[in-house]
Design a protein around this ligand. Structure first.
Ligand code: ADP
Length: 251
């Protein structure tokens, strides 16, 4: 049996005394693409942060590619695109290339100068994202869609095997959104990156993800779209209209 990319068992998490994840268990096969959905405040971002090891669960275990999630061997194989770029000051005087280089820094135990391999890795990822021409631009001068590509590049520069994406809620124009989804699908299909994407866009996720993980503190549904769309239990839970919203584009 191949090692699962993500294995979550009996996971519970609390902020202070309030439980926001309750006994969550699921596994993600390597190369799969999971759409993580649920109402506002249902624990999606928290789940991603617990998987990343940014938050400590009260109970349960997480393994990434067979390693405990706290293990460096696991951590360096995971790329993360946070929902909010609030830590990011658009006036920060950094070029695109320097911003992407930050994705390499966390891998190194001690800060050191970039070597030729680092420079090559940055060039490769910029090319992959089709932003080589922006390399020397200041990050603050770019459009929202271009900045997002730079942050995806930063998440990818380590060549992660798992990509955890908290879809930005900042309104992106439809073309940029489409480009974003196409890029993630490409990475999943061609580069075999395992993807877990938090999305509010229930209407289109069926076009991209292979499985749906619907949580509301606990797992409500986990499985393929066909199973979701045919499930009478889910029709009863969501109502036919909402179920249809998720299913109608996934013919
Ligand atoms: P989602 O991503 O599904 O919108 P979150 O994981 O952000 O949900 O939040 C789950 C619940 O935890 C919400 O009720 C939210 O208010 C609460 N919460 C999130 N972050 C914190 C925090 N830092 N401290 C206390 N409560 C939090």
């Amino acid at each position: 049996m191949p090692v699962e990319a993500i294995k979550v068992e009996n996971l519970s998490f609390r902020y202070n005394s309030i439980e926001v994840l309750s006994n969550v268990s699921f596994g993600v096969e390597a190369g799969d693409y999971i759409g993580l959905v649920g109402p506002n405040g249902s624990g999606k971002s928290t789940l991603i942060k617990v998987i990343l090891g940014l938050l400590e669960p009260v109970r349960g275990s997480i393994r990434l590619l067979g390693y405990p999630s706290s293990d460096m061997k696991a951590r360096e194989k995971v790329g993360y695109l946070p929902q909010k770029m609030s830590f990011f000051n658009p006036n920060f005087p950094a070029t695109v290339s320097e911003t992407v280089a930050l994705g390499l820094v966390s891998k190194k135990r001690f800060p050191k100068r970039m070597d030729a391999a680092d420079v090559a890795a940055i060039d490769r990822v910029l090319e992959l994202l089709n932003i080589s021409n922006l390399k020397r631009e200041m990050i603050g001068d770019l459009s929202g869609g271009q900045q997002q590509r730079v942050f995806i590049a930063r998440a990818l520069v380590n060549e992660p095997e798992i990509l955890l994406l908290d879809e930005p809620t900042t309104a992106l124009d439809p073309g940029t959104r489409e480009g974003f989804f196409e890029l993630i699908s490409y990475l999943n299909r061609e580069k075999k990156v395992t993807v877990m994407l938090v999305t509010h866009d229930m209407g289109t996720i069926g076009q991209f993800a292979r499985k749906l993980l619907y949580i509301d503190k606990e797992i409500i549904f986990y499985g393929g779209f066909d199973d979701f769309c045919m499930s009478e239990k889910m029709t009863a839970f969501f109502g036919p209209a909402s179920q249809h919203l998720i299913c109608h584009r996934h013919e």
